[in-house]
Design a protein around this ligand. Sequence first.
Ligand SMILES: Nc1nc2c(c(=O)[nH]1)N[C@H]1C(S)=C(S)[C@@H](COP(=O)(O)O)O[C@H]1N2
Ligand SMILES: [Mo]
Length: 221
Amino acid sequence: MATRDEDEGSIKEKLVATKERWAREGRLLTGTRGDPARDRLPPGQRQVRDWPVLDLGVQPNVPRERWRLDVLGAVENPVSWNLATLEAAPQVEMVSDIHCVTAWSRYDNRWQGVSAAHLLAVVRPKPEATHILFHSYDGYTTNVSLADFAADDVLLAHSWDGAPLTREHGGPVRVVIPKRYFWKSPKWIRQIDIRAGDKPGYWEVRGYHNEADPWAEERYG
Ligand SMILES: Nc1nc2c(c(=O)[nH]1)N[C@H]1C(S)=C(S)[C@@H](COP(=O)(O)O)O[C@H]1N2
Ligand SMILES: [Mo]
């Protein structure tokens, strides 16, 4: 008889295989381009009012006192933060829409945390730095350009709607990058590797688009 772990492993493999097939088939593509100056909803998306949970079948339990974030790589001043360091940094509140590649969008999410701009000002990327590779506690990775991470609506969020971010949504801390599909917003963030050169992450090597702009419907690579 299969053990519980093997069952969960094979369920996860099937889910991943389904998403890879969707990517190959170009599922959900409408072939149109949206204009954020005119529309609220990007092409092919529909609005939801609940907040779906998406993960790889694991929601790591990271106690608040044990959470660490290492920011390293092509930077002048690598840092290792804990929650106290994060809470001592200048706090911001940002409201943004979520666009998931599986076609749901959720409006007006109110996040609290520290801006990516502040973090970058602390670590000071070297001239050769061009991209970011995020690593999370569940083994997930995803990549963005340094410019995408430096956008003024990007933050490290510890709270949502005034309450600590729940475990299922990536607490203690996740990254939020509103201008990209939500798979580029890593939950349970552990490490931010600032790199000279790009390296594709978990979904990016499985057929998802490298840039992931919802307005251009960059769902699949
Ligand atoms: N660490 C980690 N981050 C992740 C994921 C994941 O599996 N692990 N899934 C991504 C995907 S595909 C989506 S759509 C969003 C889902 O975030 P939510 O569960 O808070 O809605 O998280 C993204 N960040
Ligand atoms: Mo997603």
